[in-house]
Ligand binder design. Structure first.
Ligand SMILES: NC(=O)c1ccc[n+]([C@@H]2O[C@H](COP(=O)([O-])OP(=O)(O)OC[C@H]3O[C@@H](n4cnc5c(N)ncnc54)[C@H](O)[C@@H]3O)[C@@H](O)[C@H]2O)c1
Length: 357
C-alpha cells in the first residue's frame, strides 16, 4: 500500500517512522507546505516528499492519507482528501471550530468513507487496562473520575499559542483527557462547567489553565484540572529517559477512576497503574488494593501515547476494508465537550451539551 502524510512536521515524522515498520506499506509520500521541510523529509526519512498537495491526492494508487498538519489545516486537508476518495486518519483536535469538525464528519458519512481521529490513548495500555477492568465489571458503575495534569510552558512562536491556528488548549492538549472518561464511563455528557484564571504564560493567546467538570447522563461526574507553566522547564537530555527526567519537577499526569465496586488510579510519571476492590466487613465497607502494575521504560510509548499501534491498526483496517476503530461521529462528540468547556469558561456558567452543536 502507498500512504500519504499531509502536513509532515514532528507528528508526521513519527507516523512515517511507524509506517516504515509495516510490511504492507510499500511507499510513503510526505507533503508539507514549507519547502525546507520537504527537503528535510527526503534527506532524513528517505521518503518521497512534495509541497504539492494535488500530487498526493491525484495519485490513484494511494488509498490512505494521515493528516498531521497544524490544527487550522485539518478541515480543509481532510475534506480535500475525502473528495479525492482517500481514507483519512486526521490528528486530534478534529478542527479549530466545531462547525468545521461537523463538516468533516458529515463529509465522511455522506461518502461512507473511512475517517478516524487520532485519539491514540484508546490504544495505550495504561488506559485500555482501565477500560478492560470497567468492561469486566471490576469497577462497578464508574461514578467519578479526576485527572490532574501539569506541564511546562509551550515555547514562544509556535502555532499552538494562537486561536486562529491552534484552536484552543482544550482541543489541542486536553481533548485526549475528556475522551477517556467518555469512553470508560460509556455515557454521554449532559452539562459542563469550566473556569480559567488569568494566564501566567504571558505570550499565549489560548488559556494556560482550566478546571472543568462534566456531568454524565448516568449521573457520573468527571473533573479535569490543567495547569501549564510552573512545571520545571524541560530541555530534555537524549541520554536519559524522558519520563524519568520529569518526575518530581512539577510535571504530573494522573487519573483516579472511582466506581461502585472498585477504583483505579494511573500515575503516568510514576509508571503505576493500581486497582482497588471493595468489600463488606461487619464494621465498615472495605477497600483492598488488589493490583499494582508497572512497566519497563522501554515500553513507555505503548503505555502512554501509543501512536505506533494506532498507525498499524489504521493501515490494517484500510487494507482489509474495515471501518475505523472509533467512528468519526464519536470523536466529534468528544470535540463537542472541548468546545463546551471553552464556552462555559468564557460565559462563567454551566453549559448544557444540547446547546453545543
Ligand atoms: N495525538 C497526539 O498525541 C499528538 C501529539 C503531537 C501532535 N499531535 C497533532 O499533530 C498535529 C501536528 O503537530 P506537530 O507537533 O507535528 O506540529 P509541527 O508544527 O511540528 O508540524 C505541523 C506541520 O504542518 C505543516 N502545515 C501547516 N499547514 C499546512 C497545510 N495547509 N498543508 C500542509 N502542511 C501544513 C507545517 O508546515 C508543519 O510542518 C497537530 O494537529 C497536533 O495536535 C497529536
Amino acid at each position: 500500500m502507498k500512504v500519504g502524510i499531509l502536513g509532515a512536521g514532528a507528528m508526521g515524522a513519527t507516523v512515517i517512522q511507524h509506517l516504515q515498520q509495516i510490511p504492507c506499506v510499500e511507499a510513503i509520500v510526505a507533503q508539507d507546505l514549507r519547502p525546507p521541510r520537504v527537503q528535510e523529509l527526503r534527506e532524513q526519512y528517505g521518503v518521497e516528499a512534495t509541497a504539492d498537495l494535488d500530487r498526493v491526492l491525484q495519485d490513484d494508487d494511494l488509498p490512505l492519507v494521515f493528516v498531521t498538519a497544524a490544527n487550522h489545516a485539518h478541515c480543509e486537508l481532510t475534506l480535500r482528501a475525502l473528495e479525492a476518495g482517500k481514507a483519512v486518519m486526521c490528528e486530534k483536535p478534529m478542527a479549530t471550530t466545531l462547525a468545521d469538525a461537523r463538516r468533516m464528519v458529515e463529509a465522511a458519512e455522506a461518502r461512507g468513507a473511512f475517517l478516524q481521529i487520532g485519539f491514540e490513548l484508546r490504544y495505550s495500555r495504561l488506559y485500555t487496562q482501565i477500560k478492560e477492568w470497567a468492561d469486566a465489571g471490576l469497577l462497578g458503575d464508574i461514578v467519578n473520575t479526576h485527572c490532574y495534569y501539569a506541564s511546562s510552558a509551550w515555547p514562544k512562536g509556535i502555532w499552538r499559542l494562537q486561536r486562529s491556528t491552534g484552536g484552543s488548549m482544550f482541543g489541542e492538549k486536553l481533548s485526549h483527557y475528556v475522551d477517556l472518561p467518555r469512553w470508560w464511563i460509556g455515557s454521554e455528557v449532559t452539562e459542563v462547567y469550566a473556569a480559567c484564571a488569568p494566564n501566567i504564560v504571558p505570550y499565549m493567546e489560548v488559556h494556560d489553565n482550566y478546571h472543568a467538570t462534566y456531568r454524565f447522563a448516568s449521573g457520573a461526574v468527571s473533573h479535569l484540572t490543567f495547569l501549564m507553566g510552573h512545571a520545571a522547564t524541560f530541555r530534555g537530555d537524549p541520554l536519559q529517559n524522558i519520563i524519568d527526567q520529569q518526575v518530581g519537577d512539577g510535571h504530573s499526569l494522573g487519573y483516579v477512576v472511582v466506581g461502585t465496586k472498585g477504583a483505579a488510579e494511573a500515575q503516568i510519571f510514576g509508571r503505576h497503574l493500581r486497582r482497588w476492590e471493595y468489600g463488606d466487613a461487619p464494621d465498615t465497607m472495605t477497600s483492598d488494593w488488589v493490583e499494582d502494575l508497572t512497566w519497563d521504560p522501554a515500553e513507555d510509548h505503548h503505555y502512554y501515547h501509543n501512536t505506533e499501534d494506532q498507525t498499524k491498526d489504521i493501515v490494517r483496517r484500510v487494507a482489509q476494508g474495515l471501518p475505523p476503530a472509533t467512528p468519526a461521529r464519536d470523536a466529534y462528540e468528544t470535540m463537542r465537550l472541548c468546545f463546551a468547556a471553552d464556552l462555559a469558561a468564557e460565559r462563567g456558567e454551566v453549559v448544557r451539551l444540547s446547546e453545543v452543536e
